[in-house]
Structure formats: C-alpha cells, structure tokens
Write a protein of this length. Structure first.
Length: 242
C-alpha cells in the first residue's frame, strides 16, 4: 500500500493574466493540503472494506460491490470537469484549458471500470442501472455545485484528492486485490491504469499550485474543497450499497 506520511503532489501551467490579491505562499498551501491528505489516509484506514483488504479477508463480493459503487460516481467525472471549464473566464484561461484537456482524458474512464466488473462475473445491465450510494450522491452533488460557480478555482482541491487517490492508492489496492483474490490484470485494469494516468495529472496540478498564480483567497477555497471532497470520498467507500 502507500506511505501515509506523504501527500500526493499535484502540474505545468502558464500564469493567469492578472493576480488581483496577494499571492499565497506555495509552501503554506502545500503544507495545508498535506494535512488534509494525512487526515484522509487515517479515515481510509478505518473504512471497513479497506480494512478487510489490508487484513486479507476481503472477498470477491466485496470487490464487486466496490466497483459497482465507484462506477456510479466515476461516470460523472468528465461532466463536472467540463462544466467547471465552461465557468472559467478568459482571465483564467490556463485553468479552463487544463480542465478541457482533463475532461477529454477522463470521459471514457468508466468504460474501463465496466469491463473489470464484467470480467469478474458482474452484470453490465445491473451495473448501468445502479444508483449512487449516499456518499456518492453527496460527492457528485458537491462537485456539480462547485463546478457551477464562476471561476471555480477551489476545484483544484478536489483534483488534489481524487487524482492523488488514483496516483497513490489505486495501484496498491489493485495489487492487494490480486494477491488476496487471485485476480487477473484484466479484472483490476481500472485501478492499475490510474496510477500512471493520475500520476501525470498530479504533476500538472503541482505546476499550477506552485506557479505563483494562487492568491490567499484561492488557496483557502482550494483547501476547503479538498477537505470536503476528502470527507465525501471516504463516505462513498463507507456507505457501499446504501
């Protein structure tokens, strides 16, 4: 699994046109986000399905449930990123361009998850007719609400959490599911893929966060969004099937 003492880094962007307020200290923002990440790691360690995964008592039914529940939220990923892109004005052209690129890269992600689900014996029709659990409902609702705001810079905090989980945790989860359940690569491809893909995304995010374009107000929005998304993502894993 991953080292829970380190936060994911997040990538290369040109400066925005103008800074309207004092710029935030990059080190301070990084430290604040690192604290959010550590709290998330501690919460994930208490999630029942992840506890069973760590202990080696997880079942194929557990894995099937996890994929089923993740899919209902993953399918919303590209749409909320696209909506966020549409709400950045020309002064935030760098963030708009990054969001458009990211949405294009992620809009087929749910198809990989669906293939994994079918490969372990799940029904595609049931998967596609499934509903979000309580945590997924809250997470997707928050993401779309945030994306609807003018210049939703705070969503960089959401990306810090979501892409960080892909880069730092997904491959470890995949390897552990394979070790315990004897799964083939084509049954854990979604998680394996995200280590590399989200690693690249966190590199893009780090360049933005350290480029000098984030002022104090934006830094506060980014940290707050990271806190909310971290809590709701964990809730999604805690409330499987509810």
């Amino acid at each position: 699994m991953t080292d829970t003492t380190t936060a994911p880094t997040a990538g290369a962007a040109a400066p925005l046109a103008h800074a309207a307020a004092p710029l935030a200290d990059a080190g301070t923002l990084a430290e604040r986000l690192a604290e959010v990440w550590i709290e998330l790691e501690e919460r994930l360690d208490r999630v029942p399905i992840l506890q069973r995964l760590a202990e080696g008592t997880v079942t194929i039914h557990d894995y099937e449930r996890l994929l089923f529940n993740l899919r209902q939220q993953v399918v919303d990923g590209s749409p909320w990123i696209s909506r966020a892109a549409s709400n950045f004005d020309i002064e935030h052209f760098t963030l708009r361009a990054a969001a458009i690129k990211h949405a294009e890269e992620e809009h087929r992600d749910y198809l990989m998850l669906e293939r994994d689900y079918v490969a372990i014996g799940g029904s595609l029709d049931e998967l596609r007719n499934g509903r979000k659990n309580l945590g997924s409902e809250a997470l997707s609702g928050y993401m779309f609400h945030s994306a609807d705001q003018p210049n939703p810079v705070g969503l960089l905090g959401a990306m810090f959490i979501i892409e960080g989980l892909g880069a730092k945790r997904a491959a470890g989860w995949a390897a552990r599911f394979q070790e315990v359940l004897g799964l083939a690569d084509n049954q854990v491809h979604f998680m394996q893929y995200h280590q590399e893909a989200d690693g690249a995304h966190t590199g893009d995010l780090e360049a933005i966060l350290t480029s000098g374009i984030i002022d104090d107000a934006a830094a506060d929005e980014i940290v707050r969004c990271a806190q909310v998304v971290a809590r709701l993502y964990a809730l999604q894993l805690e409330e499987l099937d509810r």
